[in-house]
Design a protein around this ligand. Sequence first.
Ligand code: SF4
Length: 329
Amino acid sequence: MVDTIYAEDEIIGTKKAQEIISKFRHAKVTSIKRFGEVFNPSNQNFRIQKTNPALILAKKQKGFVLDAPKGFGIGDQNNYYFSHMYNCLYDCSYCFLQGMYNSANYLVFVNFHDYQNEIEKIIKKHKEKKMTFFTGYDCDSLAMEPITNFINDFVPFFSRYKKALFEIRTKSINNSVFRKHDPLANCIIAYSLMPETLAQILDKKAPSVSARIKNMKYLANKGWRIGLRFDPLIYCENWKAQYAELFAKIFEEIKEENIHSVSLGSLRFPKSFFNKLLQYYPNSEELSFLRSNDKGIISYDQSIENEMNEYCRLELMKYSDARKFFSCG
Ligand code: SF4
């Protein structure tokens, strides 16, 4: 999967870096001063690099935990996100990563303990508040778990802080890490979902939606709490029938009591990201419905967004308590 590894001098000798390097016995390992030398140059082509990404191991120096965007959350007062990795094993056509980074190489920050120290400080500082820590936005942490052991490190960590929710956003059906640990009431395994026929076109390299539902059912039966994330909602000709069928299928398999939260989100990009996507997928029908608004944001027409949100909420209310519904921003 990876035949080239770059590792910063400062962390190449650490246990975590060595643990990761040892998983790629045939990879060429090159030491570098700072990850930016390899990751940041602008003369790289994300799509070409995506065919054979290198792995970069680095130390995150600052900005370990960030405030989540305003309006984003699943019911708690304080919301944060953190990213131990940039870029993803999967290759979804609408993924903002390809608009955000010049490089498709996998960048892993191996100093997990610095993230944990920062999270601990935040939890202690806001003892009286309920809070959620989101992960899985700049990568799919579960998909990369066999390499990073990120969840294996963070589930025991969050077991010490029951008031803080830990959300793992994913499309992966890898469940081995969740078999190793007892279910944690404050951990939400949040699945990104869309109708199967759309996912076959857009969620490239990711497991099918049926496989995701099967895995959610397995995890729910083991006692893990599941999040349903319909984010982004994707417009297409017969979207109503497709989403209705998806919701029915999910709730046929999974008991409502196992669902922690349901969220809906709209497809939105800054214009510069979107222009890159158009270069990569000039004939995409799904992107053709998007328009620029007067704030330079690309999205569906407001009327389409509203109709999709309203329709999906009403459909979901057939199966789930509306108090569990949240907007992804
Ligand atoms: S799973 Fe998420 S992070 Fe990975 S390519 Fe798809 S949209 Fe991007």
